[in-house]
Design a protein around this ligand. Structure first.
Ligand code: ATP
Length: 235
C-alpha cells in the first residue's frame, strides 16, 4: 500500500467538509476520486498534502504516518501535487519553472534525465522552453504544471482536475500521457469531474458525495454502476 487514508475528517475552521473518508492506493495504480462540484475532492487533496489539518483519522504514505506533517516534508517524502489553477511562475521561463520543481532533488543527473523525459512527453514545452510561462495557453500551462510536479521524481502524483478549462482535444492529449507516467513507476491519484474519462483509465475509483465516499470499485465496475451512471453520466 502506498497511500492509505483512514476515517478522515477534515475541513476549514469549524466547517467540516470530509467525513469518515477512507481510501487506499497501491503502488503502480491510477486511482480516481470522482464527484460533483463542491463534493470535497480538492479538500481531500489538501488534507493529504498537509495544507489542511486532519480533525480525525489517519493518513499513511509509504510506511509513514503523514497527517500532521508539514507540507514540504510530505513533498520530500514523495508526494507531488498539480493544483487546480496550476500556480506557475508566470514571470519565469518554462525551463526555470521545471528546474524549480526539480530543485527538491539533489541529484543533478536525475534532474536532467527527468527534464528530457518531460520534454519527450510534451515537445511543446521543449520548443518553448525559453518563453515566459504566462504567455502559455491553458493546455500548455497544464503540461507545465504536470511537468514541474514530475521533476521531483514523486512516488505519488496528485492531480486535481487536470481537465478543467481545457479544450476536449487537450484533455485527451493530457490524459493519454498518464499511463506513461504510471509506467515510469509514478502512482497517480486523480481527482476529476470528467467521470467517464477518469474511471476509464483507472484501476479503481471512489465516488465522493457531500464529503463522504458513497461508492468504490474498479473503474469498469463503477462505470457499469446504475447509480453512478444516473448521477454522473446522465444514462
Ligand atoms: P470543485 O470541483 O468545485 O473544486 P471539490 O469537490 O473539489 O469541487 P472542494 O473544493 O473540496 O470541492 O469544496 C468542498 C466544500 O468545501 C465546498 O462546500 C466548498 O464551499 C468548501 N470550501 C472549499 N474551500 C474552502 C475554504 N477555503 N474555506 C471554506 N470552505 C471551503
Amino acid at each position: 500500500m502506498l497511500l492509505e487514508v483512514k476515517n478522515l475528517d477534515s475541513g476549514y475552521g469549524d466547517v467540516q467538509v470530509l467525513t469518515n473518508v477512507s481510501i487506499k492506493v497501491d503502488a503502480g495504480e491510477i486511482v480516481s476520486i470522482v464527484g460533483a462540484n463542491g463534493a470535497g475532492k480538492s479538500t481531500l487533496i489538501r488534507a493529504i498534502m498537509g495544507t489542511l489539518p486532519a480533525k480525525a483519522g489517519e493518513i499513511h504514505f509509504d510506511g509513514r504516518r503523514i497527517d500532521g506533517v508539514e507540507p514540504h516534508m510530505i513533498a520530500r517524502a514523495g508526494i507531488a501535487q498539480v493544483m487546480e489553477g496550476r500556480r506557475l511562475f508566470g514571470h519565469m521561463p518554462v525551463e526555470d519553472n521545471l528546474l524549480i520543481g526539480g530543485d527538491i532533488l539533489r541529484d543533478k543527473a536525475r534532474q536532467r534525465e527527468n527534464l528530457e523525459w518531460i520534454y519527450g512527453m510534451f515537445p511543446r514545452l521543449k520548443e518553448r522552453r525559453h518563453q515566459l510561462a504566462r504567455s502559455f495557453s491553458g493546455g500548455e500551462q497544464q503540461m507545465l504544471a504536470i511537468g514541474r510536479a514530475l521533476m521531483t521524481s514523486p512516488k505519488l502524483l496528485l492531480l486535481d482536475e487536470p481537465s478543467i478549462g481545457l479544450a476536449p482535444i487537450m484533455v485527451k492529449f493530457i490524459f493519454d500521457k498518464l499511463p506513461a507516467v504510471r509506467d515510469r513507476g509514478i502512482t497517480i491519484l486523480l481527482v476529476e469531474q470528467d467521470v467517464h474519462r477518469s474511471l476509464n483509465m483507472s484501476s479503481r475509483g471512489y465516488v465522493l458525495e457531500h464529503g463522504e465516499i458513497v461508492l468504490s470499485g474498479t473503474g469498469q465496475e463503477l462505470l457499469g454502476n446504475e447509480r453512478l451512471r444516473a448521477a454522473y453520466l446522465g444514462i
